[in-house]
Design a protein around this ligand. Structure first.
Ligand code: PBG
Length: 329
């Protein structure tokens, strides 16, 4: 009987050596909190996302306070547009006095240190729920949509957004937005490009939260968001966005797409972000509520895995809880 000289279990035997050889350590500095803002008073729960609520601007400021205490670096805003403000042409998206713009100004005036990220996409503002403007056949027109996105991004920058994050997947929008920001002297406004955004079924609860699900109906976003079956195409999208002036790129969703995250990080080495989306949150929450999974352990494992795959930062609905759990740990 021969025994192994190499015993990987030796290093796993005690906490001290497990701690010393740990490669990935998740901290509050890795988290970005996505928040839904509405025009109503107070808070309204999102049914399919237990623990997540739509907030008035007053309530948003309370969350800003909590985030500052927890040391979370940035917030990502998602406005819920009232149905009567939606239209075919989405002009509410670049209203300097719109909900998103007011929310940005309120946050920046109370918490100048907190990074504020805005979503650049038309779906909260279109009556049909698509991320762009439609031609007579219902096809989302690229260049006309980019013109609208440029106006929206500029309006966010004027309101004081630190980062604009185009999540629409139109071609050429990063270059067009960058050119406009430069020419209007917003040289510090960062662009976080949703470069590899997949046409995912995991966005369901988000569409409920912002009210675009009913507008969208049975329609899909396959003509602009990426096919979940593709990987090389993600590298091409990231390459284009970096060339057009993106400061950061994003892969979305998270857990089912960690192979993409690793490829992007290895290939480009740029700041790479991952969105753990609404459906990923809903799955863990639902299982935890049934007592089938340990919420804290599974959420922290998922977030650590996303970081291990190459993420520099993670948009997650668990951000507040995760920061608290990490503080206790
Ligand atoms: C819209 C947008 C979506 C999400 C972020 N921005 C939904 C979509 O593309 O339909 C999804 C986020 C989530 O599911 O948590 N441009």
């Amino acid at each position: 009987m021969s025994y192994p000289y190499t015993r990987p279990r030796r290093m796993r035997r005690d906490a001290f050596s497990r701690r010393l050889m740990r490669e990935t350590v998740l901290t509050h500095n890795d988290l970005i909190y996505p928040v839904f803002v509405h025009e109503l008073e107070g808070r309204a729960p999102v049914g399919s996302m237990p623990g997540i609520e739509r907030l008035s601007i007053d309530e948003l400021l309370k969350v800003g306070e909590e985030m500052s205490e927890l040391g979370i670096p940035a917030i990502a805003l998602f406005p819920v547009t009232a149905p009567d403000a939606k239209s075919l042409t989405a002009e509410a998206a670049w209203d300097d006095d719109g909900l998103c713009q007011r929310a940005v100004r309120a946050l920046k005036s109370h918490f100048p240190e907190l990074g504020v990220i805005t979503d650049v996409a038309l779906d909260p503002y279109t009556s049909h729920g698509q991320d762009g403007l439609l031609d007579e056949t219902g096809y989302v027109m690229n260049d006309e949509t980019v013109d609208a996105l440029v106006k929206q991004a500029l309006s966010h920058a004027r309101a004081g957004a630190d980062v604009v994050a185009p999540s629409d997947m139109m071609d050429g929008r990063i270059g067009a937005i960058r050119a406009e920001l430069e020419s209007e002297n917003f040289i510090h406004t960062r662009i976080l490009a949703y470069s590899a955004k997949y046409a995912s079924a995991f966005y369901g609860p988000f569409r409920d939260a912002v009210g675009s699900a009913s507008a969208l109906g049975k329609a899909d976003k396959y003509t602009y968001q990426m096919d979940p079956a593709n990987s090389d195409e993600a590298l091409r999208e990231v390459d284009l966005d970096i060339g057009e002036g993106a400061d950061m790129v994003m892969v979305k969703p998270g857990l089912p797409y960690l192979d993409i995250v690793r490829r992007v990080k290895d290939e480009f080495g740029v700041p790479t972000f991952v969105y753990q989306v609404s459906g990923e949150y809903a799955m863990l929450k639902a299982a935890a509520q049934n007592g089938w999974l340990d919420e804290r352990a599974t959420a922290l494992e998922a977030l650590t895995s996303i970081k291990r795959a190459g993420a520099d930062g993670i948009l997650t609905y668990f951000a507040l809880d995760a920061a608290r759990w990490l503080r206790e740990a």
